[in-house]
Every structure is written in structure tokens, then in C-alpha cells.
Design a protein around this ligand. Structure first.
Ligand SMILES: [Zn+2]
Length: 433
């Protein structure tokens, strides 16, 4: 009798192991020696969050955002679970991608099981031991990285097997502890069937942002943004910030998606033009006409929008680089990147905007100090002089601005009368940067 108690678990473990090897094709051991043979003599040149091959956004003009949440398991505070945050996502039916480390799974096995059963969430790989991914022992934020090819493979595959044993499929995406890589480690991950996913919006800065900072950074999202948050820091302001800002983004027309839904559009970091506007394509537009109208070139519009052809669709949101402010057609908004020598006054002159509207739009005042590279939203407005037969409703229609915005900008209301010769400021259409 006693013997069966010992034998049964051993038989079960052997069966599980056999099954594991067969369903993965190659064993960890085989893959390890294959990768060591292929990469052991390659010396990396890069060490960064944007090493060659790292993806950090979805190339699209659709108003979608991928929320990603890391569970790090680095010990202490890092082993926690933000139940309030996850419950909010479930309640609001907001899909997300969860990057989970092997350490965190070991500390939260029951919660991991539960999360993996919820189809709202996609489970991805955040490393076995939550280390920066290096083939030669580089560190990031004081955390020592993997030291050779073997450790890189272990960092990816040991956690992969742990996850696969629970969810029944292999993760597709990998994000290292600290989001640092060298380009050789990225290639190894690619060979093991992974895309490396970082971010283009820093959602919580390692769970250090306060509520207002969390809201502000999320509001900087653009179509196709990948935002990095943490789901292992219940003591942080992350849940409170997201409970406020995610509905706001939804009201702006954004939809939240999982990474796997946009697998073929994952893309590396893009460089935005220094100064640009968002332009909404209308019926009859052509790339050539738009480029000409705003003083840019077809090639630049294609480059900054990842367009492979000349075809456009109605309501497509295009980024148009601005080189000649005199060719702008208001009412529009320009995103201006501050360069050396800029002041708000010089910026307002350059775009023929008003200082007060720049202050208002950017929450700035006369005491604000500009930083080089800072983005300033410049509303370029237009003044309409009322002619006989005009109504505010018709004026709004003509410029594509809502009646309420005209009321607000001009301190008018429904009961206001307008007279011929009166000057009405047409506010620029607010875009989401
Ligand atoms: Zn982490």
C-alpha cells in the first residue's frame, strides 16, 4: 500500500514530462545548445530599451491603444497583486495584455490560474527571474542582467514552460525585467518564436507616478500606442489613475485591444516630425493634394504614417509634418517641438496663434519654463466676421466646429444675438496627441 503512494506521483511527473517534450517539439536542452552554437561568438553593440528588433507600438491610424501590465515578482512590494485594478478592467470589459514573470507566478499561483482563464486577458512572458536580457551580464536600474546565451534562453523558456503548463499554449511576446536588451538577445528571442514588446507611453514609471501623472501620461497616447503599467503594485496610484483616465480615452473614441489582435502591425519606435498636425481625411482627398495644401511632400506623409500605397480612406487620421507655417489652413492645431531659442511668444508669432490660447491649451502660464524637445500644442484659430444671414449654427458647420465650442470660445450662449460685422473666433478642432 505504502509503495503506491510514492510511485503514483512519480509516474504522473514522468507522464507530464513526456507530454511536455512532445508538445513543444524541442526540449529546452536542445534549444539551449542550438542557441549557444549560433550566438556564443556574437558581441552586441547595443544596450537599450530600443535595441534593434524591439517593437513598441502598433502601426495604425485606428484609434486603438494596447494596455500592458507587468507582474514582476522582484521580491517585497514587487510580489503584490493589484486586485482593485484588475477588477476594474473586468467590470469595464477592458482587454489587456499581462506580462508575468516566473517569480510572480510562483508567489501567486491561484491568482495566476484565475487570470489565465479570463479571455479578456492575454498572458505573455515577463522572464523567469525578471532580469534584463543581456548576453554578457549588463545591468539596468541596478538589476544585473543575464550573463550569457544559456541564461538568456533560460530566462525566456523556463517561464514559457511554466506558463504553457497552465494556459495550454506558448506565449508570443516577451518583455524583460527593466525592458533592457542587447540586439543579440533580441535575435535569440526571435529565434525562440518571440517578438520583444516594449512601449511608447510610459504609463506609471515603474509604479512611481501619482494619480495626476498617470492621467497625464495616458492622455499622451496616440493611435496604436502601447502603454506600460504594473499590476503588482496595489499600494500605487495606478488603479485610481486608470479608473479616471480610461473612460476619458474611450470618450475620445479610443478602443482598447490585446497585442495579439494586431500581431502583424507591431512596429519599432517611430520618430515623429518636429512639428506636425493631425489631419482627418475627407471624401475626395488625395495624398498629393493634402501634401501640397499643407506644404509637405507625399514621401514624408507616407514615411510618418507607414503608408505603402497612395490610397486613403475617409476619416483616416494622418500625421502631416509642418515645415512652412504660412501654408497652414486654420482652424487647426499644431504639435510643436521646442527647439533652442523658442519662447511661447515666438511660437505664437510663428504660427499666428495667440499666447492666451497656447496657455489655455497646454495648462501653462507666463511663468512656465520650456524644455528643449517639449511638445506644445498650438491652436491656430481663425476669426470670422459675421455677414447678413449668418447664424452661429451655420458658422460652426462651415468650419467643422461644434456650436458649444463656439459658445465657449466667445463667451456666448444659446440666447446670444449676433450682429453683422461682429467678429467670432473659430476655435481650432481639438486633437488628441
Ligand atoms: Zn517587471
Amino acid at each position: 500500500m505504502r509503495k503506491t503512494y510514492f510511485i503514483l506521483p512519480i509516474v504522473l511527473i514522468c507522464l507530464i514530462n513526456l507530454f511536455t517534450i512532445n508538445s513543444y517539439g524541442q526540449t529546452v536542452e536542445q534549444l539551449r545548445s542550438e542557441m549557444v552554437n549560433k550566438y556564443r561568438n556574437q558581441i552586441p553593440q547595443e544596450w537599450s530599451e530600443n535595441a534593434t528588433g524591439v517593437k513598441n507600438r502598433i502601426a495604425t491610424n485606428e484609434k486603438i491603444i494596447a494596455l500592458t501590465f507587468d507582474a514582476c515578482g522582484q521580491g517585497g512590494f514587487s510580489d503584490g497583486y493589484d486586485k482593485k485594478l484588475i477588477d476594474f478592467l473586468i467590470r469595464e470589459n477592458i482587454p489587456a495584455t499581462l506580462f508575468i514573470s516566473g517569480n510572480w507566478i510562483d508567489k501567486n499561483p491561484t491568482i495566476f490560474q484565475e487570470l489565465s482563464k479570463n479571455s479578456l486577458f492575454e498572458i505573455e512572458n515577463h522572464g523567469t527571474l525578471h532580469k534584463p536580457l543581456s548576453v554578457n551580464g549588463k545591468s539596468a536600474y541596478g538589476i544585473k542582467g543575464t550573463t550569457n546565451v544559456t541564461e538568456v534562453v533560460n530566462e525566456i523558456l523556463l517561464n514559457e514552460r511554466k506558463i504553457q503548463n497552465v494556459i495550454g499554449k506558448k506565449p508570443k511576446y516577451f518583455r524583460s525585467g527593466t525592458t533592457f536588451y542587447d540586439e543579440v538577445a533580441v535575435k535569440i528571442a526571435n529565434d525562440l518564436g518571440y517578438e520583444i514588446i516594449n512601449y511608447n507611453v510610459l504609463g506609471d514609471a515603474g509604479a512611481t507616478f501619482n494619480k495626476q501623472q498617470i492621467i497625464n501620461s495616458a492622455m499622451n497616447s496616440t493611435p496604436g500606442s502601447i502603454i506600460l503599467y504594473h499590476m503588482n503594485r496595489p499600494e500605487s496610484d495606478i488603479a485610481d489613475g486608470l479608473i479616471e483616465v480610461l473612460p476619458r480615452l474611450r470618450n475620445l473614441g479610443y478602443r482598447f485591444v490585446k497585442l495579439e489582435e494586431y500581431h502583424n502591425q507591431l512596429a519599432p519606435r517611430t520618430i515623429l516630425p518636429s512639428n506636425y498636425i493631425y489631419y482627418n481625411v475627407v471624401s475626395g482627398d488625395s495624398l498629393w493634394e493634402i501634401s501640397n495644401k499643407f506644404g509637405t511632400t507625399v514621401q514624408d506623409v507616407q514615411k510618418f504614417n507607414n503608408l505603402k500605397t497612395n490610397s486613403l480612406y475617409v476619416n483616416q487620421l494622418l500625421i502631416l509634418p509642418i515645415t512652412d507655417p504660412d501654408r497652414l489652413t486654420p482652424p487647426i492645431e499644431v504639435s510643436h517641438s521646442v527647439v533652442r531659442g523658442d519662447s511661447l511668444w515666438s511660437i505664437s508669432n510663428r504660427y499666428k496663434s495667440s499666447l492666451s490660447s497656447i496657455y489655455r491649451r497646454n495648462n501653462l502660464n507666463e511663468k512656465s519654463i520650456l524644455q528643449i524637445g517639449q511638445r506644445i500644442i498650438v491652436p491656430v484659430e481663425i476669426t470670422h466676421t459675421v455677414v447678413s444671414g449668418d447664424t452661429l449654427w451655420h458658422i460652426g458647420l462651415r468650419y467643422g466646429v461644434s456650436l458649444q465650442e463656439i459658445y465657449d470660445r466667445n463667451n456666448l450662449s444659446q440666447s446670444s444675438m449676433i450682429v453683422v460685422g461682429q467678429r467670432i473666433v473659430i476655435p481650432s478642432i481639438k486633437m488628441h496627441y
